[in-house]
Design a protein around this ligand. Structure first.
Ligand SMILES: Cc1cc2nc3c(=O)[nH]c(=O)nc-3n(C[C@H](O)[C@H](O)[C@H](O)COP(=O)(O)O)c2cc1C
Length: 325
């Protein structure tokens, strides 16, 4: 399939694996890229810029296809060493960066000077337009369904994607709720030029996470996610578990008085406990509603090949067959 996204990134299929904390390691990024999609290493999961440099080198030993790095800009009192991470990306010869969180304007000159293509992930049309205006090459439009941080506007992809298509000149991919060929064809119909998947790629053979997590996603339905930290304006969609129930109870009891410190036990240090040790009730970890559409744990190549062949069947068979002569 050829779209503005496959052309922009030099990839075979318009499928991107979004940055995921403690999931987006070299193994997964390389597997997605080897399967013809675009794999992303999650920058901040690497404790230091030096560790990121090593992870980029490790990924290079596993694939000769293009891959990228996700850089998430979080509001923080003591921010990570962002200049160091950006330098590690440039020095590592990575040519694609997915930015997320805060506006990446400050980093654009450095990234552009190094010939890096930037795709910014955002949850609204206004942020997408901002990304376009500061020189981003593409946008990942993340609907309310998404795993992780859906923002505070709560606009689902059936509205958000065609709205983005009405306004944007740069190409965009659909993110949030994407799982299979139906998602891809639907996203293309709504104006996107590809799709970005998070949760779906967690339930793959190569995702370097505990099997308990993959099985929890397969077992979950579309009703099993919850929104947490809404009152802190840091809303996150997570898979429900005992830790999340505890967090929600605190949110209900404390109401507007809730502070981050009140829930630190349910949100801090959760990712290594869940992803590496498989402690499923440790606390809040991101997961999309799309879990309801995930029923197996294929390899990345099986998943991507299946999506692309079924997409062809949907377009050539089902859709074309509906057109009256
Ligand atoms: C476990 C997990 C961790 C994530 N961590 C990050 C992150 O560190 N940075 C980021 O930009 N997005 C992160 N995301 C969001 C994904 O990149 C992607 O936008 C989202 O999962 C899309 O929605 P979906 O899960 O419905 O496919 C994370 C998602 C999940 C499921």
């Amino acid at each position: 399939m050829k779209t503005r996204i496959t052309e922009l990134f030099g990839i075979q299929h318009p499928i991107i694996q979004g940055g995921m904390h403690f999931v987006g390691l070299a193994e997964l990024a390389a597997a997605v890229s080897n399967a013809g999609g675009l794999g992303l290493i999650t920058g901040l999961t690497q404790r230091t810029p030096d560790d990121l440099a090593k992870e980029i080198s490790r990924c290079r030993t596993m694939t000769d296809k293009p891959f990228g790095v996700n850089l998430t800009f979080l509001p923080s009192v003591t921010p990570p060493d962002y200049p160091g991470y950006v330098q590690a990306i440039i020095d590592g010869g990575v040519k694609i960066v997915e930015t997320a969180g805060n506006n990446p304007a400050r980093w654009m000159p450095m990234l552009k000077e190094a010939g890096i293509k930037v795709i910014h992930k955002c949850t609204s049309v206004r942020h997408s337009l901002k990304a376009e205006s500061i020189g981003c090459d593409a946008v990942s439009v993340d609907g309310f369904e998404c795993g992780g941080h859906p923002g505070e506007d709560d606009v689902p992809n059936f509205i958000l994607l065609p709205r983005a298509a009405e306004e944007l000149k740069i190409p965009f991919v659909a993110s949030g709720g994407m799982a299979d060929a139906r998602s891809l064809v639907g996203a293309l119909a709504l104006g996107a030029e590809g799709m970005n998947m998070g949760t779906r790629f967690m339930a793959t053979v190569e995702a370097p996470i505990h099997d308990n997590v993959k099985q929890a996603i397969v077992a979950a339905s579309e009703l099993d996610t919850r929104l947490v930290m809404r009152s802190l304006r840091n809303t996150e969609r997570v898979l429900v578990n005992a830790g999340v129930e505890r967090l929600l109870k605190k949110e209900k009891t404390l109401g507007a008085a809730l502070k981050f410190e009140d829930i630190i036990g349910e949100v801090a240090g959760v990712y290594p406990a869940v992803m590496q040790k498989g402690e499923m009730d440790a606390g809040a970890w991101s997961c999309g509603m799309v879990a309801g559409l995930i029923h197996d744990v294929p390899t990345c190549a099986q998943l991507i090949d299946r999506i692309m062949s079924e997409a062809t069947q949907i377009i050539r068979g089902r859709l074309e067959g509906m057109l009256a002569d």
